[in-house]
Ligand binder design. Structure first.
Ligand SMILES: [Mn+2]
Length: 426
């Protein structure tokens, strides 16, 4: 028995922050959905499992529901049944879709938040129990695992399906405990909600398949659906098939050894090409674009020109690599000048004060001096105000804490130190 596992497709969305030269059609989740349908047919799968947030109510819902229905019907025409649980984004969409389709084509498990077991037996005799729970509404603050009371034949394999938040007990999106998941059914679970793929393998496995199309620079690494075999009453381990047209990656480049401006360009270019080749080698044939976030670090004699060069690379660079292109979405400049920070911090100058602040912030400690503690608190307040501002209402909210404030202060202190020492040196 062969299964294709995926979730968090968020039909209606597209990969974000990609240059306009890349065909936008190729960046859509809806296009990734078509590739998943093709893959399931090509692999002669028996079941396609969808772990919620397939449709995204906030994003062009009426455009999305058509392709979803068409894909499911095409799968059914090839003898593939789609089995799904609803997530927080499609808690009301999937039941509506289930009402329009015969259950041999589309089976929604655990409707209204009631656990359900679906026993599947193929003509060859292979059996699998798929157990699922669907979001009944947008927010669920208690663990759905509390109401799990399903019983099955212990000799038969089970696969659990649920959309929820792993090891985050106060999450409003169905908090799930890993140890309990391993103890329920035969302990193998397909989850949804987190867009970064994650396979946790112990005696049984728990899988976040991740969004099959990488949608955001935070969603680094390979993305795609997973394939799972069930044979002789045993459930295998899922294997990821990279299918995303976009790959986001973070790279750090240490500029400590760099002393001349033209070396900066060549080291950055070299690193971009090296990273691009490695990713295209690994990604399979679907990849058309790699988007990089680069972090420049180190103490360097050319710290005063890094910022401007970084801006030029981000706005102008587009390289062809293998069958696709690579661009730099953002460069974080964390470099500082080649000065003795400790000596500098002793001087009674503005640059000396910043050097002292930087030294203190770089220590990962719980207690800072009173002055730095106060600065961090002010930064937290300012970040919270920005985060809650109506202007950014459509963006995902970040958690603002002292660690985030410390990171902002570190970046600002480094930039300020570069600026101030540059003024002194002339
Ligand atoms: Mn979700």
């Amino acid at each position: 028995m062969k299964l294709v596992l995926t979730g968090d497709i968020h039909l209606g969305r597209s990969s974000s922050r990609i240059p306009g030269s890349v065909d936008p059609e190729q960046l859509r989740s809806a296009t990734a959905w078509l590739r998943i349908v093709d893959l399931a047919i090509r692999e002669k799968a028996d079941i396609l499992c969808l772990s919620g947030d397939i449709a995204d109510q906030a994003n062009k819902f009426w455009e999305s529901i058509g392709p979803l229905k068409t894909g499911i019907e095409r799968l059914a025409g090839n003898g593939i049944q789609t089995v799904a649980v609803a997530g927080n984004h499609d808690h009301d969409v999937l039941p509506g879709l289930a009402d329009q389709l015969p259950s041999e084509s589309f089976k929604l498990l655990g409707r209204d938040g009631k656990w359900e077991n679906f026993r599947l037996q193929l003509e060859c005799g292979e059996v699998l129990n798929i157990q699922g729970w669907s979001f009944p509404r947008k927010l669920v603050t208690t663990s759905p695992l509390d109401s799990y009371k399903l019983t099955t034949d212990k000799n038969e394999p089970t696969l659990g399906m649920i959309h929820g938040d792993l090891n985050s007990p106060s999450s409003p999106y169905a908090p799930l405990n890993l140890a309990r998941l391993h103890s329920l059914g035969s302990g193998n679970w397909l989850l949804g909600h987190i867009h970064a793929p994650l396979l946790i393998k112990e005696s049984s496995w728990v899988l976040y398949p991740g969004s099959p199309q990488a949608l955001d620079p935070g969603e680094t690494g390979p993305h795609g659906p997973w394939i799972l075999d069930v044979a002789n009453g045993r459930i295998g381990t899922p294997v990821q098939i990279p299918l995303s047209t976009v790959w986001y990656e973070n790279e750090e480049i240490d500029l400590s050894e760099i002393s001349k401006p033209n070396e900066l360009q060549s080291i950055v270019l070299e690193k971009i090409q090296e990273t691009g080749n490695r990713i295209f080698d690994q990604a399979g044939t679907s990849l058309i674009h790699t988007s990089l976030r680069i972090n420049l670090t180190g103490q360097t004699a050319i710290s005063h020109i890094v910022e401007k060069t970084a801006e030029e690379i981000t706005s102008d660079l587009s390289l062809t690599i293998q069958n696709g292109t690579i661009s730099v979405e953002r460069i974080e400049n964390q470099t500082i000048p080649q000065i003795d920070l400790i000596e500098y911090s002793k001087s009674k100058s503005a640059a000396g004060a910043v050097a002292g602040l930087l030294l203190e912030l770089e220590q990962e400690q719980d207690h800072f001096s009173e002055a730095v503690e106060k600065l961090i608190q002010i930064t937290v307040e300012k970040l919270r105000n920005a985060e809650n501002s109506g202007s950014y209402g459509s963006l995902e909210r970040r958690e603002v804490n002292t660690e985030l404030a410390r990171k902002y202060l570190l970046t600002s202190s480094r930039a300020l130190l570069t600026e101030l020492t540059g003024q002194i040196d002339g």
